[in-house]
Design a protein around this ligand. Structure first.
Ligand code: PLP
Length: 393
């Protein structure tokens, strides 16, 4: 079915589901079968060699997993999509499938901690040359690209200080030198931002976050140019970081309400950011929807909403954060983000736990910073919750 004339909310519900319904079922089945049988050996051979559509073995492809891949493919406006057991599976398979000894990657200092580990510890072991630039110094990134680059890896908004990276400008600069641009779109979601339309070649997500939306399944997805997806898929089917049917079903189900959740989370996060900005016990608020945010103009130009995550710090430092966070009622103090329930925690114990205080400070992450991933609760209740806890510290 061609979804190009339909809106994202319609595609979220219907994409990928059209072939699987039997006996009037209105949801796709969870097909747990590891393998798929054939009576006709010629047909089996055609499918196994990629010359006909069909399924052979669930490490490679699976009908329930395909439903999810189709949803993300349509929402990101991509030629092709594939999936992984986790978001890190998407990132590591993409990098290891597309790079080899002697190749060069340019990326940002502020990428998600797991991606940073690949750049700093693992890729150099395979003689891949990695240069990490200051995240918003676009001139410096362009200078590095002009020296020669095979893969530009970007993330925007970034974790946890919500920096904004100019995707149009950097993807164009990468194209000039023949580099493939990969964007981690986890924070924005395909509802708020479509990197492929801004010039990127590949876009990936930790599907564990907003796509799933309920903190009950892990997964990763990658979509974009067909030739590149094929290369990454071939690597993933051999290294085995495949998504299973059960989490794929949960993520695909979560995606049916993606636009509803994201619209709510966009609006609530902006209201909360504005509230916190005016609060005397809050020293700093990071949210790209605030006009005072240094990346606001770029965010406005490349995003249709500013997302459900903000971060803020308290005037009283980390000791005050320790008193404040446990006093919140409608927040899970936990890692992760993008769920229906609000999740919060300091980068010091979550995303940037492996860094020293000095390294965090170099990245502009105050010790008293709190990352707050807004859920779908009523925003007035969340503000009352914040108000009460702030009054007590
Ligand atoms: N990308 C971003 C921006 C993330 O925040 C995360 C996890 O927090 C990942 C990728 C990795 O995803 P996963 O935990 O599903 O492996």
């Amino acid at each position: 079915m061609d979804f190009s004339e339909y809106k994202k909310s319609t595609a979220s519900v219907w994409a990928g589901e059209t072939d699987l319904f039997t006996q009037g079922a209105v949801t796709p089945p969870i097909i747990k079968s590891v393998t798929f049988g054939y009576d006709d050996l010629d047909e089996w051979h055609r499918v196994a060699t990629g010359n006909a559509d069909g399924y052979i073995y669930s490490r490679n492809t699976n009908p329930t997993v395909h439903v999810l891949e189709e949803k993300i493919r349509i929402l990101e406006g991509a030629e092709a999509a594939t999936s992984f057991a986790t978001g890190m599976g998407a990132i590591s398979n993409t990098l290891f499938a597309l790079l080899e000894p002697g190749k060069r990657v340019v990326s940002l200092k502020d990428t998600y901690g797991g991606a940073s580990r690949l750049f700093l510890d693992f890729l150099p072991r395979y003689q891949v040359n990695v240069t990490l630039c200051d995240t918003t110094d676009f001139d410096a990134i362009e200078t590095e690209l002009a020296k020669g680059c095979d893969l530009l890896y970007l993330e925007t908004p970034t974790n946890p200080t919500l920096k904004i990276v100019d995707l149009r400008r950097l993807a164009a600069a990468a194209k000039k030198v023949g580099a493939v641009t990969v964007v981690d779109n986890t924070f924005a979601t395909p509802i708020n931002q479509n990197p492929l339309a801004l010039g990127a070649d590949l876009v990936l997500h930790s599907a564990t976050k907003f796509l799933c939306g309920h903190s009950d399944a892990m997964g990763g997805v990658l979509c974009g140019r067909k030739d590149l997806i094929q290369k990454v898929f071939q690597f993933r089917e051999i290294n085995g970081a495949s998504l299973q049917a059960d989490p794929a079903y949960l993520i695909a189900r979560g995606m049916k309400t993606l636009e509803l959740r994201i619209e709510r989370q966009n609006a609530s996060a902006l209201t909360i950011a504005q509230y916190l900005k005016a609060h005397p016990k809050v020293s700093e608020v990071f949210y790209p929807g605030l006009e005072s945010h240094p990346g606001h103009a770029i965010a406005k130009a490349q995003m249709s909403g500013f997302g459900g995550i903000l971060s803020f710090s308290l005037t009283g430092g980390y000791e005050q954060v320790k008193q404040f966070l446990p006093r919140l009622q409608f927040v899970h103090l936990a890692a992760s983000l993008g769920s229906v329930s609000t999740l919060a925690g300091p980068p010091r114990t979550t995303s940037h736990v492996e860094l020293t205080e000095e390294q965090r400070s170099l990245l502009g992450i105050p010790e008293s910073l709190i990352r707050y991933s807004v859920g779908i609760e009523n925003v007035s209740d969340l503000i009352t919750d914040l108000e009460r806890a702030l009054a007590l510290v």
